[in-house]
Ligand binder design. Structure first.
Ligand SMILES: *Cc1c(COP(=O)(O)O)cnc(C)c1O
Length: 228
């Protein structure tokens, strides 16, 4: 099979699964944005996805993404979802339409400084890991305070929450916990309704738990080299 047919068939399967999961959850697929995660994959793959109608792409690294952004049409929306480094954040703010992985006030401050007077949509990443696991994301108990400080910054528009399922426990449990965290969060930040959860291994579950943005790489593009 050539690459176009392969990607097209994968995308069709994913869209079918999204539809089924949404039906089961009594949700409309209009509420769910599919972000094609293209990290490590070549521009030619992104162009194929573009030709198939995809306009939302997710990347994890500033340098790799910046190079790709300049080669794709201007109607593409780029989502940054990788681990943030302060020294890359000015550049990320310049090309990313959405930044999903904000988990510290200092990052939001840098985005705010560089947003150029236009509100940059961001998500706060919440950690669903249990100690001793600890990857990116704010501890749920610190979420409200962080969100309060972020929401006072100019040039930032808080969209909602983002999370990655833990590596060592079921996604279902973690997403159920996140629903509780989120309903508490929404009492203080009712406008920040977006929920960016769900990857290739768990997007059907994520849809059940209210995902509005799902970030899918390998189910569409195939296996990645392990570096990312
Ligand atoms: C790589 C990545 C994805 C996509 O992962 P797949 O399992 O390939 O779908 C989604 N979200 C984040 C934060 C990632 O780093």
């Amino acid at each position: 099979m050539n690459r176009i047919d392969e990607i097209s068939a994968n995308l069709e399967k994913v869209n079918e699964q999204i539809k089924l999961a949404a039906e089961k959850a009594n949700r409309s697929t209009d509420e769910i944005t599919l972000i094609a995660v293209t990290k490590t994959f070549p521009v030619s793959d992104i162009e194929i996805l573009y030709s198939l109608g995809i306009r939302e792409f997710g990347e994890n690294r500033d340098q790799e993404a910046s190079a790709k952004v300049s080669l794709l049409p201007g109607d593409v929306k780029w989502h940054f979802q990788g681990q943030i480094q302060s020294n890359k954040l000015k550049s990320i703010t310049s090309w990313a339409s959405y930044i999903h992985s904000v988990d510290q006030l200092k990052y939001a401050q840098i985005i705010s400084q560089h947003s150029g007077g236009i509100e940059k949509p961001i998500f706060i990443q919440v950690s669903l890991d249990k100690p001793p696991q600890s990857r990116s994301g704010v501890n749920p108990s610190d979420l409200i305070e962080l969100a309060g400080a972020i929401s006072e910054l100019p040039g930032i528009s808080l969209q909602g929450l983002m999370a990655v399922a833990p590596v060592d426990s079921p996604a279902e449990e973690a997403f159920a916990e996140l629903v509780a965290i989120r309903s508490d969060f929404l009492r203080t930040f009712p406008a920040a309704k977006s929920l960016s959860i769900g990857m290739s291994g768990d997007y059907q579950i994520a849809i059940k738990y209210g995902a509005t943005h799902i970030r899918i790489g390998s189910s569409i593009l195939g296996i990645r080299s392990p570096i990312a």
